[in-house]
Design a protein around this ligand. Sequence first.
Ligand code: ASP
Ligand code: MG
Length: 404
Amino acid sequence: MSLIVQKFGGTSVGDVDRIRAVADHVARTRRQGHQVALVVSAMGKETDELLHLAETVSKTRPGREMDMLITAGERKAAALVTMALADLGVPGLSLTGSQAGFITDTTHRNAKILEIRTARIQEALDAGRVPVVGGSQGMSTESGDVTFLGRGGSDTTAVALAAVLKADVCELYTDVTGMYTADPAVVHNARRLLRLSFDELLEMTATGCPKPAMRAVEVARNNRVKLHVRSAFTWEPGTWVYEEDETMEQAIISAVTHDTSEAKVTVTRVPDRPGIAARLFRALADNDVNVDMIVQNVSMDGTTDISFTVPKESVARALEVSGSSDIGAGEVTADETVARVSLVGAGMKSNPGVAATMFETLARAGVNLEMISTSAIRISCVVRAAQVEEAVQLLHDAFELGAA
Ligand code: ASP
Ligand code: MG
């Protein structure tokens, strides 16, 4: 008998029929002899609707009250799924994050899990019941208040729960049939991936793949939680994510990702002295600007240019902080018409020429590379946003990632 943690996203429990379909699937999984623990998101767009409601009602929106409000969505879904299970004769137990033992810090709207006290969940499982936990929430022991883990936090709830329960697998059910070699909306012959390593999925979610939540993938990697990303609509097997066996043959390139959510900020004529970059990026960090790619040019006459990318919503703050950070630089400019295209693949570690092929492919199409950054298993280029979809298609072809 295995223990399976199943997480259902918002669209998977989006209406009454969906909730019944989920309950059916859980009953089926139990009939196959498995123990199941569930984590559910809020139904459909409910989280967005609650956020909108708060904006309409209040200018101040205290964090404590926001979390009390938002977590209601998952609580409602958990109760409804448990009722649907009861109709099928499956005994369940809906639990809020706090009842389920999720202890967090006090950072409202973006709380971190500190500990999971599993006694109550374990008791339910031992009694043959299905615990149904509201995702993305917990309780701060310091204040005793309800906390929300942030957008997409239900993935993190599920993976963390699978880790502490030592579950055999954490199944993340969503509205797509798995992870793809590229965004199927951009590349018509994108192929579903059967298997990925944690590191590859982490790089994919860091470079534009919207699901699963990157934070959840980190938790999975750190705790070796085997993931199965799959569809709650077709129920067919999706993409398995687990630790790479070193002796296994690895695909050179697994996927091409792209991201249009960032802008490029350039600071010109930065004095080329020790401590200047430190001061600039400390000021940005202190102002909560999340910097991603950083490129510093070769120094000329004692100064250099530094470019970096930031989320588009942080551009105004990045400009202000960089302009006033008293490093004696020249000009600060921002460009929001950029996008990033990335190649991800564990096999590139041992295969030379991947970067060369990538750059040649883009050069032939007249795509200029404005910034380049690499990790052991990823190469990213910042290009004009207007050219990014073409770049994704060309690279997908060049590395023969498509379905035959
Ligand atoms: N419902 C929340 C959101 O949409 C949490 C989650 O689904 O992960 O962000
Ligand atoms: Mg959601």
